[in-house]
Design a protein around this ligand. Structure first.
Ligand code: SF4
Length: 401
């Protein structure tokens, strides 16, 4: 049993700056593997949800007294699908109600089909300085099998167009373990991604999420997806193909060129504070995690009833669930998020957040993981080995109480 007797949770200061996440719950069509809180066919709610987002941004700007913002991330959903008129309103509110750091990173998730030179110009004029493109694969058949609306060719054109827009920080999302995907298809996608020379690659293995059409097709045997061994080979292939390139891995699923790590994601992994606006968005402020109502209509209704109440930051009617930090949760999160990073988790970081040494709290667990070759340890930090990266969930489970 870990020894929590010396643990004291330290709360990150709001004055150090926050991340700001804005959830845009619209997609043109739904991909068959996706269980995100996002919907197709609710375009009649573009205006009501944008108005609610603007009100919620106003609320946070006011109760936190125009806090400093280090990163902004428009995610979803497909923010690029939201009409630019509505995006402009959101950006105007962010600019007026928050104190954006001089070096602020502002990312928007985009579908390749939504990208045109004139729209890019418009987004850049709003302040956007990072684009994240949902590419997933460059293979036609594979893209169709997961109901993506773009083709591989569209994705390559969108990347080229984005590079010409002057935005020099571009991520592409790729996925492996897709229906009928062979190792050779996957290697081709990675090689094409390398040729694009974008600044950042996020590469995830497919998770079959409960209740998705893809899960149903796999369960009924209509579609097959690569098994665990093939998934491990695909991950190994990425690591091999990206080794000795200009891309450096900095997290289990993320590689970037020098200085182009995603600051917003780092903020999550380093347990810093952030505000999440929009239906189903999560926040972490003053040591409390909380989540908004998931349903878009329910969210709009709740925001209409919300009025700032002095400095009571948890007064928003949209908050559905408050989750004050407990010691076991804070310790688990710190280990889980820190171990995902390539540099591993340092004892210094652990002490900063929890006031004691991880080597004291998890003496036995760390010894066993080192003996089984899943992590390496020195005086200052712990890191996953390559095998540990493949079996990350098993490693993390050791820190669950
Ligand atoms: S575009 Fe992205 S958010 Fe929308 S359904 Fe597909 S995977 Fe989900």
């Amino acid at each position: 049993m870990p020894d929590f007797s010396t643990v004291q949770i330290k709360t990150p200061e709001i004055s150090d700056g926050l991340g700001l996440y804005v959830h845009i719950p619209f997609c043109f069509s739904k991909c068959n593997y996706c269980d995100f809180n996002t919907y197709a066919g609710i375009e009649n709610q573009f205006t009501s949800i944008t108005n609610a987002l603007v009100s919620e941004l106003n609320y946070w700007g006011e109760v936190l007294q125009r806090p400093k913002i280090n990163t902004v991330f428009l995610g979803g959903g497909t923010p690029s699908y939201l009409p630019d008129k509505q995006k402009t309103l959101i950006f105007e509110t962010i600019n007026s109600k928050f104190n954006l750091d001089n070096d602020v990173e502002i990312t928007m998730e985009c579908n390749p089909d939504d990208i045109t030179p004139s729209r890019l110009d418009q987004w850049v004029s709003l302040g956007l300085n990072r684009l994240s493109l949902g590419v997933q694969s460059f293979d036609e058949t594979i893209l169709q099998s997961i109901d993506r609306r773009h083709t591989g060719e569209d994705a390559l054109k969108a990347i080229e167009c984005s590079k010409n827009s002057g935005v020099d920080n571009i991520n592409i999302d790729l996925m492996f373990g897709l229906p009928n995907q062979e190792l050779s298809d996957w290697a081709k996608t990675i090689k094409l991604a390398l040729e694009t020379n974008v600044s950042h690659l996020s590469i995830y293995g497919l998770q079959l999420e409960k209740g998705t059409p893809l899960e149903a097709s796999v369960l009924t045997g209509k579609i097959s997806t690569p098994g665990d061994e093939s998934m491990a080979d695909m991950y190994e292939t990425v690591c091999k193909l990206l080794k000795n390139t200009n891309y450096k891995q900095y997290e289990i699923s993320n590689w970037s060129l020098e200085g182009k790590q995603c600051k917003h994601n780092l903020l999550y992994w380093e347990n810093k504070s952030y505000i999440g606006c929009g239906p189903g968005a999560s926040s972490y402020v003053n040591g409390v995690r909380f989540t908004n109502i998931k349903s878009p209509k329910g969210y709009v209704k709740a925001i209409k009833k919300t009025k700032p109440n002095g400095s009571d930051i948890f007064h928003s009617e949209a908050i559905f669930e408050l989750e004050p930090q407990t010691v076991p949760i804070a310790v688990l999160e710190t280990m889980m998020l820190g171990l995902r990073l390539n540099e591993g988790i340092s004892d210094n970081q652990f002490r900063k957040r929890l006031g004691t040494s991880m080597f004291t709290v998890f003496e036995k667990e760390i010894r066993e993981l080192v003996e089984s070759g899943l992590i390496t340890k020195n005086d200052r930090c712990l890191k996953l080995t390559r095998r540990g990266q493949l079996l990350a969930n098993e490693v993390i489970s050791k820190f669950v109480v």
